[in-house]
Ligand binder design. Structure first.
Ligand code: FES
Ligand SMILES: [Fe+2]
Length: 454
């Protein structure tokens, strides 16, 4: 790849081609949990947070009526930082000269101006539309005055709050290399390889520790065993209304194949199975060109999600309130050569595979130099996605709507998507996985069944 193309598909600041594309889609801004005083005691008295997203600095607050507000952070008087503002319940007041703003960005007081001044009526800070879905506040950053697209009806947003759990973490690298880890089905056989499998009795909430659906001669196989023993997957990419479907086949014997179906939802989200009954929908939200929050929604198709267990599992490795991983470049991501020699392929811990992915994308450097890479057959999804990305950037430049969820007219197709990880009859794997996916939907206690009309 040429250096200028690499710049074009990675940089997302205001006014950049890819930045203009990203601003067509609803973007996660914060977790509702970030305003929970139990998790962050500061929120009890001052529910105000600085937010940086797409290279823009903003202030997010909840007013006394419960309404959330997201405003540009530079005070429209002389530019001081509103995230240090005085919280007054019905708005924030800039500490420099006391100008006060409500949740719509309207200036409602300029106390240093002469009595009777009408100045504040003419001053309005830009504010961004926000919607709350599955414990996440989403914002829209498209051109001022234009309409945001409808919110997608994906499973993770249709499921009730009891059946979803949202969490996030900061990776110090560009958003695209973070996303490209998730659409690379070959890496799981290497990066996440464990030399021994854990018991299948204690896998709740853990990625790649559950069993694959199905059995071999009555024996259940942990995903880790399949990934380890069958490391030359055949990957197929099919276009979907919202991006692409990835099918990864691992031939096990002449009669059976392991099939894993996952999805890329354009521009930066993947949907993968966590277990037989849970999926992970993970977005890769650019903070700026060199920092990215992954934001995940875990969706259960059977019992309510045990949020406390899920959170406790993750806060062992990621520190609140800023959701910063405990490992990173500063401590070599916890690398242990002895572990690498004896227990895992990577040597960065057995309990949190998320940190493996973190190493993969952070160790490339802040923005991967794609002029130096050599892609292979197993990188087919990465190549397809880059072509989609280039096309979408071009489309936005021409004033057209880009691929996927930014298009209002594909609303009826914005459901699901189905995922599976299982052991299938080799001759009939397609019907097999579709059958399993349909069974999972029918058994779900919330309306996960696709209406027949669609
Ligand atoms: S800079 Fe904010 S009130 Fe003056
Ligand atoms: Fe991974």
């Amino acid at each position: 790849m040429k250096a200028d193309l690499n710049e074009r598909i990675t940089r997302i600041g205001p006014g950049t081609p890819c930045g203009n594309l990203m601003r067509q889609y609803w973007q996660p801004v914060a977790l509702l949990d970030e305003f929970d005083p139990v998790l962050d005691p500061r929120m009890a008295t001052r529910p105000v947070k600085p937010v940086r997203l797409l290279g823009q600095d903003m202030v997010l607050f909840r007013d006394e009526s419960g309404r959330f507000a997201l405003l540009d952070r530079d005070c429209p008087h002389r530019g001081a930082d509103l995230s240090f503002g005085r919280y007054e319940g019905d708005g924030v007041r800039c500490p420099f000269h006391g100008w006060k703003f409500d949740a719509t960005g309207q200036c409602i007081e300029t106390p240093g101006e002469p009595t009777g001044s009408k100045l504040c009526t003419h001053v309005k800070q830009r504010h961004y539309p926000l919607v709350l879905h599955s414990g996440i506040l989403f914002g829209w950053f498209g051109p001022e005055g234009s309409e945001p697209p409808p919110f997608p009806s994906l499973d993770c947003f249709v499921a009730p709050n009891t059946h979803t759990f949202a969490f996030k973490g900061l990776w110090r690298c560009n958003w695209l290399q973070a996303f490209e880890v998730g659409i690379d089905p070959a890496h799981t056989s290497f990066l996440h390889r464990f030399f021994k499998d854990e018991s299948l009795d204690d896998t709740y909430g853990k990625q790649f520790r559950a069993a694959s659906v199905g059995d071999i001669g009555g024996e259940r196989w942990p995903m880790t065993k399949i990934m380890r023993e069958f490391h030359q997957p055949k990957i197929t990419v099919d276009p979907a209304p919202f991006g692409m479907r990835l099918t990864t086949l691992r031939e096990m014997t002449g009669d059976i194949s392991h099939v894993r179906v996952t999805h890329a939802i354009f521009p930066h989200t993947f949907v993968i199975p966590l277990s037989e009954t849970m999926t992970i929908t993970q977005m890769h939200v650019p903070v700026d060109d060199v920092n990215t929050y992954w934001v995940s929604i875990f969706t259960s198709f059977d019992k309510p999600v045990d949020k406390k267990t899920m959170r406790d599992q993750r806060t062992r490795f990621i520190s609140l309130p800023h959701y910063i991983p405990n490992v990173g470049r500063h401590n070599n991501w916890g690398y242990d050569p002895e572990e690498q020699a004896t227990r895992t392929y990577l040597g960065m811990g057995e309990d949190d595979i998320n940190s493996h992915d973190q190493w993969a994308c952070e160790s490339m450097g802040p923005i991967q130099d794609r002029t130096r890479e050599h892609l292979g057959t197993s990188d087919v999804a990465i190549m397809t996605n880059r072509r989609n990305l280039m096309k979408a950037i071009d489309a936005v430049e021409k004033g057209e709507k880009p691929l996927g969820l930014a298009q209002a007219d594909i609303a009826a197709q914005r459901f699901g998507p189905d995922t599976v990880d299982g052991i299938a009859p080799a001759a009939d794997w397609q019907a097999w996985w579709q059958g399993r996916a349909a069974e999972k939907r029918e058994a779900a206690p919330w309306p996960a069944v696709i209406p027949a009309a669609q």
